[in-house]
Each structure stands twice: as C-alpha cells, then as structure tokens.
Design a protein around this ligand. Structure first.
Ligand SMILES: Nc1ncnc2c1ncn2[C@@H]1O[C@H](COP(=O)(O)OP(=O)(O)OP(=O)(O)O)[C@@H](O)[C@H]1O
Ligand SMILES: [Mg+2]
Length: 279
C-alpha cells in the first residue's frame, strides 16, 4: 500500500505520517516512511532523537552517490538510466518505531521536468519505491503533489490531505484536491486534524461535503502531541487520543497484525541502537 500525505504547512502531516508508519510497523508490516519535505523532521515522529535525525544526510545531498549513479566521463553530461534498488538498502534507516525512514531532501520542482542529477536520482528512487516495490510506503510531503512526478502519482493508492479548521488550511486542502483529481491517484481523502471542539468538527465536515471530499478521519486536538512538539520528547501512546485515532485509521486502511512484513528484504545497514532488531 502506498500512502502520500499532503496539506498546508504545520497542519500535522508529519505527526500523522509518523503515526501511520509506526502503526503498520507494529502490526507486522514494517513500513517505509519517506520524508519528502525539504525541511525534514519525520525521524523525530518515528522515535529518533534530535541528534540521530539531524545526522541523516538527505539523499539529494549525497553528492558521491549521485555522482556514482549519474556521472559520465564527459563534463556536463550525465546518465539518465541507472539502478536505484541498492539505495534502498544503503539509506533505509531503521527507527525505534520499527518503521524504516528514508530522507529524500529537497525534491522541489520534480514534476517540472528538471533534469539535474540529484533530481534524476530522487525521481527514479521515488518511482522505484512507489511503482516497483510492494512495501507499505508512507510519503510525508509538502503542500502539493507535484513532487510525485508523472507516472508515479497514479501508483499512489491513497492521498491523505490534512487540514485543521483554519480557513487557510482548508483552502490549501481544496487546491490540492483539485490537482489530485487530474493526477490519477487511486483515492483522495481528507483528514481533519487538531479538532478542538464541535464547532471545528462541523466546519471540517461541511467543508468536506461542499467539496465532495471523502472525510476519512477526524483527529482530536491532543495536548500530549502539542507538548511533544514543544519539548521534543516522545508521547505516551496509550494515553494519546490522537495516536489512537491514527491507529484506527491505519486499521481501517487494511493494517493487519502479525505475520511477515513486506519490507523484510531490506537490510538496514545503518541501525540505531534503539532500533527493533533484525528484519
Ligand atoms: N492532533 C494534534 N493535536 C495537537 N497538536 C498537534 C496535533 N497534530 C499535530 N500537532 C502539533 O502541530 C505541530 C505541527 O505538526 P507537524 O509538524 O506534524 O505538521 P506538518 O504539517 O508536518 O508541518 P510542516 O509543514 O512544517 O512539515 C506540531 O507541534 C505538532 O505537535
Ligand atoms: Mg512536516
């Protein structure tokens, strides 16, 4: 299953992406969480410390890797055809949540036909992960879907657009929905997040109805999640209403418990001490 998450800045995309990936991992489907935000911080939501998360070099900045993949003996000329499956093995970080993390780095303008070497590698890698593999993949993106690129978007099973009751975030959600309708993404749905009261619930519900969007989940405001954003400390999952709702969503999306995870053939070469052991 391939799930992409988009929405206005600050609406809770990363919290939800991390919560979903962690849930799938715990349910026996070690998910691959892809941070496709130019200011990556998904690692924190997956249980890495600030130091661990900051030590990850985004793939777009791995100059030697990019040179190896795309370089030719001729200056200014680079290869457009190369393999990327090895990047998954070398750059998937096992996190304490049990989910694997890949940090893409700046992938802006990917859909715009940019052909510089770093973009070519990211584009090929995204395509490989979303189109050619059979893992649970959760993509944490910026607002918009352009970095999915043509030929990749249609293989995304579900685009989750996150919004809170704030008018600007709903406007961004509406625009993303319009773009998504032309992209051939399998299913597009809205998540209401940080919902503090019945009034906000009503605003989001009416927005979804008016714009004919499927409202797939309504995640309440959770002071534990807000606090963890301030302190950087983990959340006690058992008492978090937001994490519980994210788990309910994951279960409805077809999560299962037990069994072998589809990511089991990914050897994580960079393991964190707090990671959850063998694949
Ligand atoms: N359900 C919730 N209840 C309370 N606070 C929340 C909730 N969801 C997210 N937050 C808080 O909102 C802030 C933004 O969340 P997050 O970083 O996930 O948003 P984002 O959309 O990924 O932001 P960005 O666009 O900057 O990447 C964080 O401080 C987070 O703790
Ligand atoms: Mg984010």
């Amino acid at each position: 299953m391939k799930i992409a998450i988009s929405g206005k800045g600050g609406v809770g995309k990363t919290c939800i992406a991390g919560g979903l990936a962690a849930w799938f991992a715990k349910a026996g489907s070690p998910a691959l969480a892809i941070d496709a935000d130019p200011s990556p911080n998904l690692g924190l939501s997956l249980g890495l410390t600030f130091e661990e998360a900051s030590s990850i070099v985004p793939i777009a900045e791995e100059t030697e890797l990019i040179r190896l993949k795309t370089g030719t003996p001729y200056s200014g000329v680079f290869r457009l055809s190369f393999t990327v499956d090895d990047i998954l093995r070398s750059h998937a970080h096992l996190t304490p949540s049990g989910a694997y993390l890949m940090v893409m780095g700046t992938v802006r303008a990917m859909g715009s036909g940019c052909t510089c070497p770093a973009h070519s590698v990211i584009k090929a890698l995204m395509r490989h992960l979303v189109v050619e593999r059979n893992d649970v993949v959760i993509l944490d993106m910026e607002a918009g879907i352009e970095h999915l690129g043509r030929g990749t978007a249609e293989h995304v099973d579900l685009l989750l657009i996150v919004a809170d009751a704030n008018r600007k975030s709903l406007e961004v959600a509406r625009n993303i929905h319009i773009l998504a309708k032309d992209s051939r993404i399998g299913r597009v749905a809205l998540i209401g997040n940080r919902v503090a009261d019945d009034r906000q619930r009503k605003i989001i519900t009416e927005f979804a109805e008016k714009n004919r969007m499927e409202l797939i989940a309504m995640i309440p405001f959770d002071s534990a999640v807000a606090d963890s954003g301030i302190t950087g400390e983990g959340i006690d999952e058992r008492s978090s209403v937001a994490i519980r709702e994210i788990g309910r969503l994951a279960a409805n999306l077809g999560g299962r418990s037990g069994g072998k995870g589809p990511c089991r053939d990914i050897p994580a070469v960079k393991r964190y001490e707090t990671g959850s052991g063998e694949l």
